[in-house]
Design a protein around this ligand. Sequence first.
Ligand SMILES: *Cc1c(COP(=O)(O)O)cnc(C)c1O
Length: 469
Amino acid sequence: MTKAQRLRALPSVDVILRDPQVMALRDTNSVAPITNWARTAVQDCRNQILKDGDNFDAPLTAWIIERILSQSKMDLGQRLQPVINATGVVLHTNLGRSPMSDKAIAAAEQAARYTNVELNLESGRRSKRGERLMNLLAQLTGAEDALVVNNCAAATVLVLQAIASGREVIVSRGQLVEIGGGFRLPDVFRAAGVTLREVGTTNRTYLSDYESAINEATGAIIRVHRSNFQLAGFVAEPNIDELVLIDRPESVAVIDDLGSGCVSDLSPYGLHEPNVLESIRSGADVSLFSGDKLFGGPQAGILVGKRRWIEKLRRSPIMRALRVDKLTLAALEATTEIHLAGDALTELPTLRMITMPADQIKSRCETLLSQFDQQQPIELVPCESQVGGGSIPGSSLASFGLRLTGYPAHRLAQRLREGPPAIQARVNDDSVLIDLRTVADNELNPLAEGIRSAMLRTMPIQPTGTSPE
Ligand SMILES: *Cc1c(COP(=O)(O)O)cnc(C)c1O
């Protein structure tokens, strides 16, 4: 066929939409996206013919349908749905960081309808949004006041902009970090309209470096926690309790960007992370941290500190653009109450998983293993989980998991992801590892079902020496 003949033979969108394979997509999709994929696929096919001219000799209808099916698969994979986290990474950024507690989920669900977010039911008057939560956060951390914004990145921009815009902010060279997802401190400084005043060296910064950098243009000193890497060896830097003692004008704030924001004592578990309560006790003017890292709540940026500084942030014109919605307020309020009640390690899934003893995970593995028959290529193995999500860098937690062998690992992992249920596992040395630290007890049955189904849909590796028939 010539190019012109092929263009004439191009099926219409209507014809494509009547194809049985395309019709079947209606089970899981509405009509609009299917029509859209069909239109795009026909157009792509036309472009391919025009470009490739006489060399493009694929059967047109089959080529178009293939593209539609792959589009619908991509769409299905992007659709937000529950995922069983079998990676052993507790704060998994791609899986939404901290899973919320049952109480926080219930609170967010209630708030999704009408709720008294700006109304005091007692007085009948308008109340300040989130006022009760701010009091709870202050109480929990020992701070005078608190403020909540969309995430810790927003909190960083707000604090720099409101306190030091047009002025200099002093930071140690060893703390000019990139958090991930393109969040790099020097860029944030620029966006907030402050001048970066780097002091010290990559590995060593002294109190005197900060002191000699202070001048009339100084707006703040910031300490940034290295949340996702470690600096070891010949290193030194002042702690926050030393930084707050630096002789400085009243207008210069000391800001502590803690990142993961731990309010619990995890040292009995061998985990050491800067603590919000200690930061406030040291006398930091403003401490900021994420709501969905070790705090175990929804995505949020929490700022706590001295009243005069928090009040200044609250009055910033950009505050309104950064404020959180009622779902976040409700979930965060429930999470904060759990911390205040001293129930964090039992009621917050994140902390429960991080502190779960390995032998408990091992018996969970045994329960799961008992659901498979012995011929299946599954074995119980020790492994290491991670806290993840930009907190406690380098930490690994002794854990147990199930190793699935006998299948091409990446293919099996893909089948597990496709589900249902969607299961995100780890691929290690040509095998798939299911780390049970991050799997809840009520997910064990669906997980077993999902593994069985994924194995059935994956072609096993042929033992060497035998050839497939
Ligand atoms: C994670 C982190 C942030 C960003 O927090 P988000 O809540 O993800 O915006 C900022 N600073 C530090 C030190 C962090 O660890």
